[in-house]
Structures are given as C-alpha cells and as structure tokens.
Design a binder for this molecule. Structure first.
Ligand code: AKB
Length: 338
C-alpha cells in the first residue's frame, strides 16, 4: 500500500511500456505500478513498485488499486493493435473502448479522492485516419488532426472514439449532473505513427513490416514483406516516442490548445526501409508478398502528418530523422543485440 503520489501504466509489458518504465524510473523516484495480462520482463519487474497481472476490464482489480494507492498519473497503453483487432473486432472493442472507459472512470475517482486532476496519457494512432483512396492520400500531403477522420478499421474507430471520450472526461464531464462534480481527468493524447524499436518487436499491428524487416535482416532470417514497396506511412524511433510522451505530460496545461496531437519524424517508403536493411545487413533475404487486407489498411493511413500543434504547444522535436534513426540508433543497437 502506498499513499505516495504514484504512476500507473496499463499494458506495461508491451513495446511502449518497456521504454516508458525505464525512462520514468530513471527520472524520478515516484512509485510506478503496472497492469498487464503478461508478466513484465524480470529487469523491468525489479524497477516497479508493484506489478499486477490482470486486465483493464477487471473492475475489482481497479477498485483495489483505487483503495490502496494514490495514483495521479495514468499511462493507459493497453490495447489490441490494428491487424489483431480485425481478426477479433468485438474483443478489440471490449479491450480498447470498455478498457479505456474503465481507466477514465478510475482516473476520475482517483482525482476526486485526492482533490486534483489525474494526468491521463492516451496513445492514439495514425489509424484514427481513413484516407478514401491512394489519390486522396497522395494529394493530402501532411494531414492535420481534424481532417480525414473516417477510420476503416475497428482499432482506428476505437482510437478515434477514445480520443473523444478522453476530451469529454477532461472538459465536459457530467456538466448537467445535479451534483455538478467537475472533471478530474487531465487527458493528453498523441496520435502515434508506426514505431520502430531496436530492443523489442511489435505484434498485431500493421505498421509492423518496418521493424519486422530490420530485425529479421539482422538475424539473417528471410522476411516476406506484406505491403508494396511504394507504401509510405510515417514512422518514428521508439526513444523519440517516449520523449514525446514525457514532454506532453510535463507541459503546463494552459499551453495545450487541444487534447490530441499528431507527431511525426520521418516518412519512408517500404522500398527505402528495405534499401537501408540490405545495406546494413548484406545477406538479408527480403521479398514482397502483399497481403491485400493489410495493404488496404496502410493505404488508408496518411503518408505524413502535420505535427505543427505539437511542436508549438509542447515542443515536440524528434531527435532522429530517417538516416539517423537507422544509422545511429536502430542498426548499431540491433547489431549489438543479435
Ligand atoms: C498498428 O500498426 O496497429 C500500430 C499503430 C500504427 O497504431 N502500430
């Protein structure tokens, strides 16, 4: 039990949780509590105050954390990603939407019990967009937050809706209720591009082709890429994604002009990623075997995003562009790993 102001991370054993736990522990001694269906890697488990193996759908677990801890910061990372969600849309809706609603209610209760808003970080995605066709995608250029928001996937629809849900809890919670309780959730959200980590490999996403390709090449394993070489979507190196999360949660609230922000870094075609993989790992065996459904998903995502609001409001400034992400972070770290 801890009445010390604490941080709660859901979906903590996923790719983003991995990087986030390390950075949070390195920068302060505030306790970190985690929830995930899967256990944390032992090195991470040693860093956190308390690891709960369980689900964001388990309201008894959330009530227990509510009673035992003073949580004033939530990073709600638990989700089923885009490809996985297309195979189990009802389950995806349950985890991605009901799970988020549970966590917003949890944060609201925490905020009420200790009398100040709980900062709630929510990772949305470029999947919240739905470009109608390739001509529109080519013409759209850098897409801003409020256009083309007609997602074609269950995951994208879940993400977009949860952005709205978060804004509701932040700004409009129970406006008409007799008890006129004010919102106690300080909701902050980033729409992430595809992420590439040198230390973990994603699973269940559709942007996974880039990290899968580079990790397979490094291990000398053949890789059949499931999208066309000319496919272009935005990507970012994982350390920059973690930096962006921390910058956003640290930003003074009055500086934030919106609740959901695009962030970008570089936007390569698949052919450009393949070229870098082949140059770094000359024996790489990379072929193309297009999966029409996964191709249609990435074709509906923007080729690039306008992240001007994030740059202006809270100083989004990715350290890595395409060349440096691969040349200075991904390839050297991956080489050392395998
Ligand atoms: C996915 O591909 O589902 C995710 C995402 C872009 O949100 N990586």
């Amino acid at each position: 039990m801890s009445r010390q102001a604490s941080t709660l991370i859901t979906g903590a054993s996923g790719e983003m949780g991995h990087g986030l736990i390390e950075r949070l522990i390195a920068r302060s001694d505030r306790p970190v509590i985690t929830i995930d269906l899967n256990p944390l890697a032992p090195a991470l488990a040693r860093m956190v105050r308390k690891e709960f193996t369980g689900s964001v759908l388990d309201s008894q677990l959330l009530d227990r954390i509510n009673a035992e801890y003073e949580v004033d910061q939530v990073f709600h990372l638990a989700a089923l990603l885009s490809t996985r969600s297309e195979f189990s849309p009802a389950l995806a809706h349950k985890v991605n939407v009901e799970g988020t609603l549970n966590m917003l209610e949890f944060a609201q209760k925490e905020g009420e019990s200790h009398g100040r808003p709980v900062v709630f970080f929510y990772p949305s995605s470029i999947a919240a967009y739905g470009l109608p066709d390739l001509a529109a995608k080519a013409a759209a250029g850098k897409v801003a937050e409020d256009v083309f928001t007609r997602p074609t996937t269950m995951y994208g629809a879940n993400k977009l809706y949860c952005e709205h849900l978060g804004r509701y809890y932040d700004r409009h919670f129970k406006q008409l209720a007799a008890d006129s309780r004010s919102g106690k959730v300080d909701f902050r959200c980033i729409r992430f591009p595809g992420l590439i980590s040198a230390v973990t490999v994603p699973s269940g996403g559709t942007s996974d082709y880039a990290p899968e390709m580079i990790h397979a090449a490094a291990q000398g394993k053949p890789y059949a890429c499931f999208v066309r070489p000319d496919t272009r979507i935005p990507f970012m190196a994982m350390p920059d994604a973690i930096d962006a999360i921390l910058r956003l949660v640290d930003a003074p609230k009055p500086k934030l002009t919106r609740t959901e922000y695009n962030i970008g870094a570089f936007s390569p075609t698949t052919a450009e990623v393949e070229k870098v993989a082949r140059a770094a790992f000359p024996g790489a065996s990379i072929t193309t075997a297009v999966d029409a459904k996964r191709q249609a998903i990435v074709d509906s995502w923007p080729a690039d995003v306008d992240d001007g609001a994030a740059r202006r409001d809270w100083g989004h400034a990715p350290k890595y562009g395409f060349d440096t992400a691969f040349g200075e972070y991904l390839i050297p770290t991956i080489r050392a790993r395998y």
